[in-house]
Design a binder for this molecule. Structure first.
Ligand SMILES: NC(=O)c1ccc[n+]([C@@H]2O[C@H](COP(=O)([O-])OP(=O)(O)OC[C@H]3O[C@@H](n4cnc5c(N)ncnc54)[C@H](OP(=O)(O)O)[C@@H]3O)[C@@H](O)[C@H]2O)c1
Length: 273
């Protein structure tokens, strides 16, 4: 049953996506089918999540046309390198049960391995072969992306990075926007119910929940947030942010929350298998 309108677009991407970590195959199959029926049109998974099989199943069971969905997956660290990335992509498509991925990302730069440029060349080839529509990166800093451009001449279409009201990364976001690189925000709610007086005051002002205020803030900054929920009522709540807006004062109040509150790994040092 389709109970909400479909996510509008932000450039080439739906304005809000659906995250699937940490779901196993069974949970992902149920949640993805439900999210698509509710109106999400961007689904985010990754080889390392171990749920691509379930995500593919949910997509097929949803009844939503494959061509209407931006299916995203990511290359894991252990499969970085040119040949390894091509093999990693093949394995991803087998698990997803599709021969085409709409958006394929390098999950982490892993600069200590120094293989992300070789991996990027593999993604460029996959795009040239028509097996991927858009290629991008995740957790890349400006310097990592500048190196990709210097050595391959190809900029990523997307950088998926950690973003929430108390970790807003304004300098990196401005630079990405200036390059025309779309920004996706992971952990957009800060990995749970957003709290604090500013968000609660704005929620009361707009008759919304703090989660909706946080997601609306992402959208108005030009970021595509990818909240995860296993609960259909929250899936709906998180998509229902397109009929109100935050004014300049609201946006400025949320900007005061920004600080050094990274919850995930530091891209320069994070090790991911
Ligand atoms: N590229 C990367 O390195 C990377 C890293 C981390 C995550 N990601 C992606 O980003 C997605 C989202 O990030 P995340 O899962 O870390 O964090 P998140 O989406 O900020 O938060 C998810 C948590 O918030 C709860 N929640 C969802 N909607 C809510 C609402 N309206 N009110 C209160 N609580 C709510 C969920 O619980 P319930 O499920 O119980 O509702 C879950 O515990 C992941 O699923 C994954 O696809 C990418």
């Amino acid at each position: 049953m389709n109970t909400a309108s479909t996510s509008p677009k932000q450039g080439a991407l739906p304005a809000i996506g659906f995250g699937t970590w940490p779901m196993d195959d069974a949970e992902a199959a149920t949640a993805v089918a439900e999210a698509l029926r509710i109106g999400y049109r961007l689904i985010d998974t990754a080889a390392i999540y171990g749920n691509e099989t379930g995500v593919g199943r949910g997509l097929r069971e949803s009844g939503v046309a494959r061509g209407d969905v931006v299916l995203t997956s990511k290359l894991r660290g252990a499969e970085q390198g040119y040949d390894e990335a091509l093999r990693g992509f093949d394995a991803t498509t087998r698990r997803l049960g599709t021969d085409h991925v709409d958006l394929y990302l390098i999950h982490w730069p892993l600069p200590m391995k120094d293989r992300y440029v070789d991996s990027w060349r593999a993604l460029i080839r996959l795009q040239q072969e028509g097996r991927v529509s858009m290629i991008g990166v995740s957790n890349f800093q400006q310097a990592h992306i500048e190196r990709l451009q210097r050595e391959t001449g190809v900029l990523p279409a997307v950088n998926q990075i950690e973003l929430h009201p108390d970790f807003a990364q304004p300098a990196l976001c401005s630079w990405l926007a200036a390059q025309g690189i779309a920004i996706e925000g992971w952990s957009p709610l800060g990995r749970g119910k957003p709290q604090g007086q500013v968000l609660e005051t704005l929620a009361a002002k707009h008759g919304r929940t703090p989660a909706q205020v946080a997601l609306r803030w992402h959208v108005q900054r030009g970021v595509v947030p990818i909240p995860k929920s296993s609960k259909p009522e929250r899936m709906r709540e998180n998509l229902d942010v397109f009929d109100f807006s935050l004014d300049a004062e609201d946006m400025a109040a949320i900007a005061t929350l920004d600080g050094d509150h990274r919850q995930g790994g530091d891209p320069d040092t994070h090790v991911e298998e």
